[in-house]
Design a protein around this ligand. Sequence first.
Ligand SMILES: Nc1nc2c(ncn2[C@@H]2O[C@H](COP(=O)(O)OP(=O)(O)OP(=O)(O)O)[C@@H](O)[C@H]2O)c(=O)[nH]1
Ligand SMILES: [Mg+2]
Length: 377
Amino acid sequence: MRGLGKRAILVACPKGQGYREALALCETAELEVVSTLPFCKTPHPATYVGPGRLKRLKEMVEEEGAEVVVIFGNPKPSQLYRIMREVNVEVWDKTSLILKIFELHSGSKEAKLQTELARLKYELTLAREYIRNAKKGEQVHFLGPGEYAVEYVIRAIHKRMKKIERELEKIKRMRENQKRRRLKRLGLPEIAVTGYTCAGKTALINALAKLNLKEGPEMFTTIMPKHAKVWVDGKEGIFIDTVGFIEGIPPQIIEAFHATLAEILYSDLALLVVDGSVPNVKDKLASSLATLAEIGYTGRPLVIAVNKVDLLEDYGEVVEEVRDEAERLYPWTVEVMPISAKTGFNVKRLAKKSIEAAEEYRSLLDELKRSDGYPQY
Ligand SMILES: Nc1nc2c(ncn2[C@@H]2O[C@H](COP(=O)(O)OP(=O)(O)OP(=O)(O)O)[C@@H](O)[C@H]2O)c(=O)[nH]1
Ligand SMILES: [Mg+2]
C-alpha cells in the first residue's frame, strides 16, 4: 500500500478545469496537497508569483510544515531559483511534476532511461542558473555546495546524459530493427492512437486487440509506445499506444519524449481519442490538436473517436460539437465517431475505418513517390 506522500502547497489558478487537473496531477505524483494559494495573474518578471504572494508562500510553508511547493505553471529557471531561495523547500513546476509521474510510471528500461534523461536536462538548466547567480555574487545557500561543486555536478550530469543517450540509441536501434523486420514481413498499415491523458487510448487498444495493457484513472499511465496487431473484418493493422497529451504540455517534456511522440509521425494515420464524458471536450480537443501540430502532424488525415459515450445519456450533441470544432481547427479530419472502449460500442467500426484511411494514405504516398518531381531520398 502507498503511504501518504510529501506534504505540498499548490500554487494554481482556482478557476476552471486546470485546477482540477493540477490536483489530480499532484495526487498521481503522490503529493498530499495540504493547502493552496490562488494564482492566475500575469507572471511577475523576477519572482513569477510576485513578491507579496512569495512572502505569503514562505509563511504557509512554515505553518503547514510543507516539504514541497508546486507552482502549476512554467516559470523560468531564474524565477524558480528565486522562489526556492525564499521558501527553502523543494519547488516543482509543471515539468517537474510530470517528470515525477513519469518516474513513478516508468516500467521498462527504455522508459526509465528516457525519463532520467529528461530529468537530467531539466536539472542542468537549474544548475546553470545556480552558477549564473553565484557568479553575480548572490548568496546561494539553499543548494548546499559552492560554485565549484556545482560545476563538478554539471560535468557529471553531462557525462551521465551522454551515457544514457548512447544506451537509448542502442535500445532504439534494436527495437526499430525488430519492428522493421516484423512489419516488413507483415506490410501492415500503422495507426498511432493519440490523445489527452486518460482519454481511453489504452482501453481502446485492449478492446481491439484483446490485450491487458495497463489502463487506469491516473494520469500518464502509458509512457512508452506499445504495438498491437488488430484484425477486423478481414482487415489488419498495427495500432500503437502512445504517451498522453496534457494542456500546455511543457516544451521540455515534448523535447525529451520526441522519439516516443515521433511514432505518431512515422505512422500512416493518427487516431485521436477524446473523452466525450468531460464537460470541456472542446478545450481538450483543441489542446490535443495543438500538440499534434507542434510535433508536426498536420495536413494529414485524422480519425477522431469520441470515447466513453456509455457515460452519456445522449451523445449526439457532443459528437456534433466535436465534429464542428474539428472541421474548424483541422480540416483534414476524415471521420468523427462515437465509441465506448468499455462496452465495445463502435470500436470495430472505428478500427476498420482507421485501417482503411491508413491504407488510403499509404497508397497515396506510394503514388506520389512514383510520380515525377517527388524528392527521392
Ligand atoms: N466508462 C468508461 N470508462 C472508460 C472508457 N474508456 C476508458 N475508460 C476508463 O478511463 C480511464 C483511462 O483509460 P486509459 O485507457 O488508461 O486512458 P489512456 O488514454 O490510455 O491514458 P494515459 O495512458 O494516461 O495517457 C480508465 O480508468 C479506463 O477504464 C469508456 O469507454 N467508458
Ligand atoms: Mg494509456
